[in-house]
Design a protein around this ligand. Structure first.
Ligand SMILES: NC(=O)c1ccc[n+]([C@@H]2O[C@H](COP(=O)([O-])OP(=O)(O)OC[C@H]3O[C@@H](n4cnc5c(N)ncnc54)[C@H](OP(=O)(O)O)[C@@H]3O)[C@@H](O)[C@H]2O)c1
Length: 238
């Protein structure tokens, strides 16, 4: 395998909580969906997909929100050829997949659960857990958080599941919450040479209020591959 620019990544892990990063692919006009969805190739290239796996290979766990998982019901893992690299880094062979859902609307018959190399974790409320399909209990671990705020999610994953590096992979409503909580330490962005234009398509972080500004947003690295740019920012919050 040829060396990827993200093969070696150094992270500064905070005290008492996981390092939290987010990775998203975005079009030139700032959209992260194309026609309300993200299909393979609709914004990012095959190389971007490979890059997503390379980034995942550094993390203990990968988290996505219910809408993203319902559209892409696949394990948030790495291809088998990256498992050895993870083990050499002292990580588990695959990252933990974590699904955030309030409704409990998760399909147990999708590859996320039927082909999972490790049982995914579902974070939900008591009411959400009651709506989960019964057969899911054997395929996933359900964590109840009545208030699933980012700080509570991070504390739970840190203390109970040993998560020291957490990768958030959207969607925009989940990204927004981690930014609003000033808990996002790093942001990986792929800028893809696509134009979307549709008013209703999503941007990288979406919520109801203006986000706080990080005290510092440091551009740690920038790489070009083909016509795509790969940016890595580090945030510091007051
Ligand atoms: N371009 C990219 O890199 C990229 C990456 C990821 C996703 N996407 C796209 O983003 C779109 C989805 O984004 P989205 O913002 O609509 O949805 P989302 O963030 O994926 O999911 C939102 C859902 O997550 C659950 N959720 C969020 N916060 C929660 C909390 N604090 N407690 C409990 N549950 C919580 C809820 O699930 P329930 O509805 O189950 O209650 C909520 O409806 C998709 O089209 C996807 O393809 C793009």
């Amino acid at each position: 395998m040829t060396e990827h620019f993200y093969t070696q990544l150094d992270f500064t892990t905070p005290q008492g909580r996981p390092l939290i990063a987010c990775n998203m692919v975005m079009s030139l006009d700032g959209k992260v969906t194309a026609g309300g969805r993200l299909e393979p190739g609709s914004i990012g290239s095959t190389f971007d997909l490979h890059t997503m796996h390379m980034i995942r290979s550094h993390f203990d766990a990968v988290l996505s929100g219910g809408n993203t998982v319902r559209q892409h019901p696949f394990y948030l893992g790495v291809p088998t050829e990256l498992e050895r690299i993870r083990l050499e880094r002292g990580l588990a062979f695959q990252p933990l997949s974590i699904v955030l859902t309030g409704s409990g609307r998760v399909d147990a018959q999708t590859p996320l659960f039927t082909q999972a190399p490790r049982p995914p974790i579902i974070i939900t409320s008591r009411a959400g857990a009651a709506s989960l399909p019964g057969e899911l209990k054997a395929k996933a671990e359900v964590e109840i958080l009545e208030e699933a705020a980012p700080a509570n999610i991070a504390a739970l994953l840190y203390a109970k599941h040993g998560v020291r590096r957490l990768l958030v992979e959207g969607g925009p409503s989940v990204n927004y919450q981690f930014m609003q909580a000033r808990l996002l330490d790093e942001l990986f962005i792929t800028l893809a040479p696509k134009l979307i234009g549709l008013r209703t398509d999503f941007t990288l972080a979406m919520g109801d209020d203006l986000l706080p500004q990080p005290e510092q947003a440091e551009l740690l690295s920038i790489h070009q591959h083909g016509q795509e740019l790969f940016l890595r920012y580090r945030f510091q919050w007051k």
